[in-house]
Structures are given as C-alpha cells and as structure tokens.
Ligand binder design. Structure first.
Ligand SMILES: NC(=O)c1ccc[n+]([C@@H]2O[C@H](COP(=O)([O-])OP(=O)(O)OC[C@H]3O[C@@H](n4cnc5c(N)ncnc54)[C@H](OP(=O)(O)O)[C@@H]3O)[C@@H](O)[C@H]2O)c1
Length: 248
C-alpha cells in the first residue's frame, strides 16, 4: 500500500510517546500530514513541532483523555476529523496495569478496569467508526489497530489488559472481512515487548526493540498481512499458541 497516495492526513492516537510517536514520525517521513491525539497538551505541542521541523509536514492535534468515554472526548475529535482528509488511522492508544497482579488484588481495580476498557476498547471502536464513512466515500483507507501478543498467548495477572487486546484482535479480523472488498485495509498489529514507558524496559534488545525499530518493521506489513506481530522475533513468542485447535 502506498500510504502517501491514500490522502493528505493520517491520525495516530497515543501519539506523544512510545509506539504511537514512532508511527507518527514514520508516517510523516513518508510525507503524510499528521493529526496527533493524546492526553498531555505540552507533549502534543512538543511532538507536533518536532515532526514539522524534521519532516516538513503539517501537524494538528486534539487533546483528550480516552479513559473518558463520552462526547467530551469524541465530539472534538469528530469535529477535527471532519475538516481533514484522513487516509490512515493508527489506533495505538492503550494502557495496562502498573504491574502484574491477581485480579482481586489490583489496586483501585474498579476505576482501573473501567479506564482500561474505555481507553483500549472504547477508543478503537469509536475512532474506527468515525473515520470509516469518509474512507468509504473515497474507496480507500488504512486502519492499523495496535493489539498485543498478550491477546494471543496466556497472560495471567494481566487479564483485563490481555482481554481488552483480544477485543482489538477480533474486532480487526471481522472488520477486515467487512470492508476488504470496499477498498479498506484493516490491520491488527500485536507487538510483544517494545522498550517504552508502558513496558518499563529501558534498554532495547532483540526481543524488546525500541519503538522506531518496531514500527519500521511493522509498517512493512501494511497491505501484506491483516494480522501480524509486526516484528519477527515476536512471532516466535506467539508461534506455539497460534494454531491451537479448539477442543470440545
Ligand atoms: N510497549 C510494549 O511492550 C507493548 C506491547 C504490546 C502492545 N503494546 C501496545 O502498544 C500501544 C502503545 O504502547 P506504548 O508502550 O507505546 O505506550 P506508552 O509509551 O505508555 O505511550 C502511550 C501513549 O498514549 C497516550 N495515552 C495514554 N493514556 C492515554 C489516555 N487515557 N488518553 C489519551 N492518551 C493517552 C500517552 O500520552 P501521555 O504521555 O500524555 O500520557 C502516550 O502518548 C498500546 O496500545 C499498548 O497496549 C505495547
């Protein structure tokens, strides 16, 4: 897929750090203007300025908190989207536990679980339905949904996070079937560990690359495969579980 030819703008959620920031930079490098959506205004301004200076593309941003699942979050996004020609959406924003824990012992669990569901499941669902009509009218568009290998392999002690990412997997697979013949590419990307703030891994390694290395690898798979870890070493993690037959 020639991403630059799809439209003028791409939109990335959770775009001020880690994997989302790396997607924003990689898409800008391809010449796409970027709409950044994230929580901290100062970081949005800093990343938007950095992208403009380095890649000479236009940037816009919307500051929202995706743990809030109502119109105060999605109306400003819808308004901004309506004025832009969006060809690529990266549903990247996500949050997890501070550390692995038994379900009943997770600190502030009622609030945290709702936040994870709103941020990880709500945002993917709402952002997708917001961009699809204009993509359909053009007969083209790419939606990249960032899941996790946690959705594919056993993930005890991170159950709500892992289950929220399983939603993204299932949503993406079925959505791809729904819209493939209408010209849309829907891809689910399921990383293993990437060295970011969320993973708390500071030193990148083969199994936990930095976000740029991960995204450079994952972007090569857009239009090639609809469901991918995005990075070969992470496929080794998933391999033993990928073809487990259902039993009854
Ligand atoms: N890192 C990994 O090992 C790994 C592995 C598998 C999957 N993933 C998935 O990859 C995605 C990105 O993870 P990451 O490691 O890059 O995370 P990260 O480094 O923590 O960055 C998260 C980004 O999302 C924004 N954000 C967080 N909560 C938000 C909220 N409630 N509302 C709006 N924006 C919010 C942050 O903005 P602020 O800085 O303003 O908070 C930041 O820009 C997530 O969906 C995650 O589940 C990550």
């Amino acid at each position: 897929v020639k991403l630059k030819e799809l439209s003028k703008f791409s939109v990335v959620t959770g775009a001020t750090d880690g994997i989302g920031k790396a997607y924003a930079f990689a898409l800008a490098k391809k010449g796409l203007n970027i709409l950044l959506i994230s929580r901290s205004r100062e970081k949005l301004i800093a990343v938007a300025t950095e992208i403009q200076n380095i890649h000479r593309v236009s940037t816009e941003f919307v500051q929202v908190d995706f743990t809030i699942y109502d119109n105060t979050t999605y109306s400003p996004i819808a308004e901004k989207l309506s004025s832009l020609d969006i060809g690529v959406l990266v549903n990247n924003v996500g949050m997890s536990y501070s550390y692995p824990e038994y379900l009943h012992d997770v600190p502030n669990k009622e609030k945290l679980f709702l936040n994870i569901i709103n941020c990880n499941i709500g945002s993917v669902t709402q952002m997708t339905q917001l961009v699809i009509p204009s993509m359909l009218s053009k007969g083209r568009g790419v939606i990249i949904n960032v899941s996790s290998t946690a959705a594919l392999i056993p993930s005890p002690l991170l159950t709500v996070y892992a289950a929220s990412k399983a939603y993204t997997e299932k949503f993406s697979r079925d959505l791809a079937d729904e819209y493939r013949h209408k010209g849309l590419v829907i891809q689910c990307v399921s990383p293993g560990y990437v060295a970011t703030k969320m993973s708390k891994i500071r030193r990148p390694s083969l199994m936990a690359p930095d976000a740029k290395k991960y995204v450079d690898s994952a972007l090569k798979k857009v239009g090639v495969t609809e469901s991918t870890t995005g990075y070969f070493p992470h496929s080794i993690l998933v391999g033993p579980y990928s073809k487990k037959p259902l039993t009854f």
